[in-house]
Ligand binder design. Sequence first.
Ligand SMILES: [Fe+2]
Length: 293
Amino acid sequence: MLDVFKLGYVDFHVQDMEKMKQYYAEIVGFTETETDKNGSVYFSSSTDHHNIILTPSDQSGIRRFGFQYVSEHSLSEIIDHLKTLDIDASVREGGDPAAPDILTFTDPEGYAVDLYPSMEMRENRGFNKEGILPNKVGHLSIRVSDAKKEVEFYKKLGFHNTDWIEDYFGFMTCNTDHHVLNFFTSETKGMHHLAMEMRNYQHLISTLDFLRLNGVNLEWGPSRHGAGHNIACYHYDPEGNLIELFTDADKYIKELGIFDPRPWHKEFPQKPKVWSTDECLSLWGVDFEKALV
Ligand SMILES: [Fe+2]
């Protein structure tokens, strides 16, 4: 009925708009494309009209997130289909700039989720010249009360469960990336981190110098994770949203149930599995002073 294939955007509640705009434009290097009538500011990472939305608010943190899908069916047919899966979706009145058709629902943990079939590409394509300049917004990690239940819910939308860290951190994908979404069982709600994909290790390392020169401290890493195999490091945006920069993440071949073979996967072939926390956080065996989970 519908094929969800991409994490399209994340919308944040923002208290200090100027600081956040400065971070996403000048530090991350995204392009500001539009401000809507509600004051939400839209940023593009590349061809999409937007991948990050900053919405004025009296709080900080994630507001909603959106996935792009392809389907031959109409919005109303998809709504009927989702009803059969016990998902109560509706058409969001007016949509967003550049994405007029949006289906929206609340997931079992209370997160607002959008599904949209199309988004206009922005006119001036290409990356900016300065900033982190990630390839894309790669994956979103959110805190939930029960990761297992959340994993089962997203399976109904066609996501595959690729890995676990013990029984509290579940990884899911809707394309060939090792994970597009992951769920962290926690006593609190909200985003754990948003991850941006770098071109390669050299890009990642030079970016860490760029961050330091711009007064941004690293919180964790770099090291290589187990689940996903990604080299990752983490810092906070100006309102405390944890941002991961990563490269060299696994590609999932769902037809074979394995990750694209690499010369030093610990197992060969590497298949979806349950990792221990210590092994998963740092395959390089590095201990960091600050805990990541
Ligand atoms: Fe991550």
